[in-house]
Ligand binder design. Structure first.
Ligand SMILES: *Cc1c(COP(=O)(O)O)cnc(C)c1O
Length: 386
């Protein structure tokens, strides 16, 4: 790593990986690590998953990229499958979560323009949210640490309200609101669950004020929480859902799904050179097929419950809360989470922290019981020292 000239934005650890199989990674010194991180909730089918690798190989030999002046058979097939299973009317494909959210913000602004003119432009987001690193999605992100002065000026017509707070709902939306945008589980904020009743009330209030509801499912979608779309389970009638991270199993891809009154994009409104690239779509088709295969999501739920009940059963002094949904788990601690993260890494377990005080476990969705137990044994052996 010492000689690497790659912009070190994440304060990287001094580990260089060369190989992965299932939910186990191997570094250049042949040391093995259980992967409870999945490249930040991306490698949903783990590493070296045969059907995924084979589909990518086959597609690469046939057609890697064509521009969006035309359609590719693979892209059209994936779009049809995705819309059929999610119940949306249309989709814009991009390459990342930020890009999917940018599309959603542009869509909301156009919706606002068509339904109230230049007055209806405000995007309401939640405190502790994370929506991406482009300027608009940074502005949308409800955490001050993401708004250093050096990158300003940020966008206007964004405002935040507190999650799970009914007082804030009273004044949150009016004729100037274009959209309410929220994560269903706040991932980067610390794996914070939304109270379904509050989320439904917020969505209803936004709709009643004439705004649309955008669910940022870049991390929760699809399958991560044990259901295909967390927004469906939350019952918020989202008009727009954004996806990225896991949807193509590790190949960069983002998507902005829209339906009903949010179907406002016309040809030429928004584009992306690589968006809906056939290679990414070929990978995404395998992911979708696997997620929707019988029993797969039930297993995600079961394994998530198993992880949380096991960690709770340890009754560790340093653990103040264990929460999550499906294979998205937050372990809140009363000590430095990064210290725990580093010690686990040294002992062969990979995960990340989220928020100020939370360990975030987002293993591959097809992780085996054996791999889970292996990872949990490392975590336990470290937590006992705090
Ligand atoms: C990761 C994430 C993003 C940003 O995705 P990128 O692919 O890094 O641009 C946006 N929203 C949520 C909820 C995320 O977890």
């Amino acid at each position: 790593m010492g000689s690497s000239k790659v912009l070190n934005n994440y304060g990287s650890f001094d580990v260089t990986f060369k190989y992965g199989k299932g939910s186990v990674l191997t570094d250049v010194n042949n040391k093995k690590y259980v992967d409870f991180l999945s490249g930040i909730a991306v490698n949903c089918l783990g590493h070296g998953y045969k059907p995924l690798v084979n589909a990518i190989k086959k597609q690469a030999a046939r057609q890697i990229h064509i521009c969006n002046y035309f359609m590719s058979d693979t892209g059209t097939a994936y779009a049809d499958e995705l819309l059929a299973v999610t119940g949306f009317d249309g989709v814009f494909f991009g390459n990342s979560g930020a890009e999917a959210n940018e599309a959603a913000i542009k869509l909301a602004r156009k919706y606002g323009q068509l339904n109230g003119g230049s007055k209806r432009k405000t995007i309401v987001t939640l405190e502790r949210s994370f929506h991406g690193r482009t300027l608009a999605t940074l502005t949308a992100t409800g955490q001050e640490v993401f708004h250093p002065e050096c990158f300003g000026p940020y966008q206007s017509e964004f405002k935040t309200i507190r999650a799970n707070n009914y007082d804030d709902l009273k004044t949150a939306f009016d004729g100037t609101t274009a959209a309410l945008m929220m994560e269903c589980v706040q991932g980067e904020g610390g794996v914070i669950l939304l109270d379904p009743e509050w989320a439904q009330a917020a969505a209803k209030a936004a709709h009643e004020a004439g705004a649309i509801v955008i669910a940022d499912e870049v991390q929760t979608g699809m399958g991560r929480t044990g259901v295909l779309l967390a927004s469906d389970e939350l019952g918020i009638n989202a008009d727009v859902v954004t996806l990225a991270k896991a949807i193509a199993g590790g190949v960069p891809m983002g998507a902005c799904l829209y339906r009903g009154k949010a179907d406002v994009f016309k040809a030429g409104d928004h584009q992306s050179t690589f968006g809906g690239n056939p290679l990414a779509c070929a990978a995404a088709r395998v992911v979708l097929k696997t997620l929707t295969s019988p029993g797969f999501l039930d297993n995600v739920k079961k394994n998530g419950e198993y992880i949380r009940s096991t960690v709770k059963s340890w009754n560790m002094k340093c653990v103040t809360d264990v929460r999550g949904k499906g294979l998205m788990t937050g372990i809140q601690v009363n000590c430095d989470p990064v210290d725990i993260e580093k010690k686990c890494l040294a002992k062969g377990l990979l995960f990340s922290t989220a928020g100020k005080d939370t360990l975030r476990l987002v293993p591959p969705l097809n992780i085996s019981k054996k791999e889970i137990d292996l990872g949990l044994s490392v975590l336990k052996s470290v937590l006992v020292y705090y």
